[in-house]
Design a protein around this ligand. Structure first.
Ligand code: ADP
Ligand code: MG
Length: 746
């Protein structure tokens, strides 16, 4: 419940008197307005309100004249206490001239139960409310503090010694999340109204009272009584709980110094009191002025200690205590002005809701346990083996790593998935494998280019790809050429097989070159021969240093590419090639058939010609029959029809062959282009930047010479030039020195 919202609630309580200032102080029947009229013949009053109008009207939340303690409490304090149970902070302050009834309002008479004030009544309300709210458990703590001459005093200090209060270390502090706290102030848990009242009386006895000209018993200090209430639900095991702070403040007399005629200690007290109240007023003015972003809370102990209790998210109520007599009219006016300023302060009460982290953890643990149980029931119902929900052990992770490796090398066909944790671990292993592979590719690519004698690197590629170009181009012309090309394919395949079996004995690329190029390049053969396991040769001339796992050549990379990232385009290329071959074969067949028909036509034509010649001679010797001619002519007509049909078919097939050739060419260009991009990307990885230092100067030329002679050569040239330029730049900046390859550890 929000006690007051919008503005600070302000009430005025007029101390009962038989000499009420009739005609000067007027309380209107609305119960909210007080009018004060200035009496012109009063010199003092005239001085005080010099230049001001002679009548004032104050409209407040309530004017309490001749109202019982009970009614005052019910109207002023009860809603604030109620709000504290709902989590709203609350402050009730009594302000006014000494003797006007602040302490009477706040504490009341200690002798009469009926005349008890806000504090004992609030304690009663609190414990009654606790009794009522059985669904909640409450904890109540109280503190009682006095501010005397800018010094904080604990009125309920458990240590009653003679040491100065400052030595007890009470200090106003601000803590994140908690706001203002008084460090060193004792907090007393109370479990009953009686306990709390005991403490209240004890504190009352400890109050410092000073002698004063107006009222010997009036306090010369500010007293702040605070109740800390915390409530938690008993029914809902929530981590949520609420707290509130209820402050009941009995301020020191607000009268001006000159009026009291104090001296010595009392003068000092008055100075402090006036100073703190003057700052309280400034603070309130600042709080009321929305344009001001700074409120001088820290100027005095009082305002600092009340920082979270004046306005803001707190239900704040002020009781302005005034005398009813005319002689106190000037102070009454001052009090009323203060009250009006206080009325302008905005409040936005908010519930203090917190989460208990320990309870939150407990709740989550409970929930987790429940979910695990539910899952296990679910698994049992579905006849699923018991699944491990705990984090995987080292051994389990190692097992998964082995499974992934086996899956990758093909020895394991599938990895059975049992839990999400296992899936995550499997994915992690795949990622690791890919990363390793990528690293390997970069290193291999770089190493392959460092070897000067790896001319066949791209010639291999030429063999595997360039070969096909030749093969396809020549196939349209002759069968023999196709056969030659097939031989080349077999050769390459053979060399690849050899490469796979000889891995570990030396550089796979050099082995492959040796196999594939031995019949073509004697120089290369010589170079490769030096790597044969000939002990003598090895002693005389060390074999080419190789890495334990030698890097693939560019052509091997190309082969890898064809089965890896470029597999799709490669398979399309293969399909297109197959169609092309089939069409070419059909074309050849048709050509032969047409030639045969043509031959027959020629034969018939020649027969007919012979007959014609014979008929010419018949004129001389007229014996010859004409029937054979008719049969030949019929045959000739049929043959010509057949010839025309075959010719049309030949024309169609030729068009198809041309189209297929075009497709094959396009696929090839794309395959090579994609490979170059892939290869270039790998080469541009940071690892190469370092390894590029060991590349030879003539790579550029070598690459140019060995690139497949197709449309992509311009791109290859460009790529190679870029790479070389990059290497040159690196060398130029690092003082490049050719590094010799090292022998592998034996
Ligand atoms: P303050 O704390 O403002 O200096 P007190 O509360 O001590 O003044 O009041 C001074 C005297 O006036 C006390 O003896 C108190 O009993 C009496 N008094 C103040 N207000 C009332 C009131 N509303 N009804 C009866 N007595 C009052
Ligand atoms: Mg008092």
């Amino acid at each position: 419940m929000k006690a007051h919202s919008g503005n600070v609630g302000v009430f005025v309580r007029i101390r009962p008197t038989a000499n009420f200032a009739q005609g000067l102080v007027e309380c209107l029947p609305d119960g909210q307005t007080v009018n004060i009229y200035h009496r012109r013949d009063s010199k003092k009053t005239q001085d005080f309100i010099k230049g001001q109008p002679n009548s004032w009207s104050f409209r407040l939340e309530g004017v309490l004249q001749d109202v019982s303690q009970e009614e005052v409490y019910d109207r002023v304090c009860h809603p604030v206490v109620q709000g504290a149970f709902d989590g709203y902070n609350g402050t009730v302050m009594c302000f006014g001239q000494t003797g006007a009834g602040k302490t009477y309002t706040m504490t009341g008479s200690t002798k009469s139960y009926k005349q008890r004030g806000f504090i004992p009544r609030a304690l009663q309300q609190v414990f009654q409310e606790i009794e009522k709210r059985t669904d909640f458990s409450f904890s109540v703590q109280l503190s009682f503090m006095e501010i005397y001459n800018e010094t904080l005093l604990d009125l309920l200090s458990p240590v009653q010694d003679s040491s100065p209060p400052s030595a007890r270390g009470m200090v106003v502090m601000e803590e994140p999340g908690r706001g203002v706290v008084i460090k060193g102030l004792s907090l007393h848990p109370v479990f009953s109204e009686e306990d709390a009242l005991d403490l209240m009386f004890e504190a009352d006895m400890n109050r410092i009272t000073g002698s004063h000209a107006l009222n010997r018993n009036s306090s010369r200090s500010h007293c702040i009584f605070t109740l800390h209430i915390e409530s938690r639900s008993r029914t809902l095991s929530e981590a949520k709980y609420i707290t509130s702070k209820l402050s009941l403040v009995d301020l020191a007399g607000s009268e001006r110094l000159g009026k009291t005629g104090s001296e010595g200690q009392t003068l000092k007290e008055s100075t402090y009191i006036n100073k703190s109240l003057s700052f309280l007023e400034q603070t309130i003015l600042a709080l009321a002025d929305r344009r001001r972003d700074h409120v001088p809370f820290r100027q005095t102990k009082l305002t600092h200690a009340l920082k979270n209790s004046l306005g803001g998210n707190c239900n704040t109520v002020l009781v302005a205590n005034v005398y009813g007599e005319a002689e106190h009219l000037d102070e009454t006016l001052c009090t009323m002005h203060f009250a009006r300023r206080m009325k302008n302060v905005q409040i936005q009460p908010a519930i203090n809701e917190h989460m208990d982290p320990a309870l939150q953890v407990k709740k989550l643990q409970k929930e987790l346990l429940m979910l695990k149980e539910e899952l296990s029931i679910h698994n049992t119902l579905l006849n699923i083996q018991s699944i491990e929900h705990e984090p995987l052990s080292e051994a389990q992770l190692a097992e998964i790593s082995i499974q992934v490796q086996s899956y990758l090398d093909g020895s394991l066909m599938e990895i059975s998935v049992m839990s999400i944790r296992q899936v995550e671990a499997v994915f992690a292993q795949f990622k690791l494998a890919v990363q390793k592979q990528e690293q390997k590719v970069v290193i291999c690519n770089t190493c392959s280019s460092m070897k000067k004698d790896q001319g066949p690197l791209t010639s291999d590629m030429k063999e595997s790809d360039g070969r096909s170009v030749t093969e396809d181009a020549e196939a349209t012309q002759s069968h023999k050429h196709t056969r030659r090309a097939n031989t080349a394919t077999t050769k390459t395949k053979k060399s690849r097989d050899k490469h796979s079996t000889t891995q570990g004995e030396g550089s796979p690329s050099s082995r492959k070159r040796c196999e594939s190029s031995s019949r073509k390049q004697s120089s290369v053969q010589t170079s490769e021969n030096s790597q044969e396991p000939d002990a003598q040769n090895q002693e005389a001339q060390p074999p080419e240093p190789v890495q334990p796992e030698s890097p693939p050549t560019k052509s091997e990379s190309f082969e890898d590419f064809k089965v890896g990232p470029g597999s799709k385009i490669n398979s399309i290329l293969k399909e297109n090639k197959a169609v092309l071959l089939e069409r070419q074969s059909l074309l050849r067949q048709l050509t032969e058939e047409i030639n045969a028909v043509k031959g027959e036509i020629d034969a018939v034509m020649s027969t007919l010609l012979q007959h014609k010649q014979m008929r010419a001679a018949q004129d001389k010797y007229p014996v010859l029959d004409e029937e054979p001619d008719a049969a030949s002519l019929l045959q000739l007509r049929e043959l010509k029809t057949l010839y025309r049909l075959r010719h049309v078919a030949l024309h169609d097939i030729k068009a198809e062959v041309n189209y297929c050739e075009h497709l094959v060419h396009q696929c090839r260009v794309r395959l090579v282009s994609e490979f170059e991009t892939w290869y270039k990307t790998a080469s541009l990885l940071p690892a190469e930047k370092t390894l590029a230092l060991i590349q030879s100067d003539d790579t550029e030329q070598q690459q140019q010479d060995e690139l497949p002679p197709d449309a992509s050569s311009a791109q290859f040239f460009h790529n190679a030039r870029c790479r070389t330029q990059k290497r040159r730049d690196v060398r130029a900046h690092s003082g490049y020195r050719r590094l010799l390859p090292t022998l592998p550890a034996t």
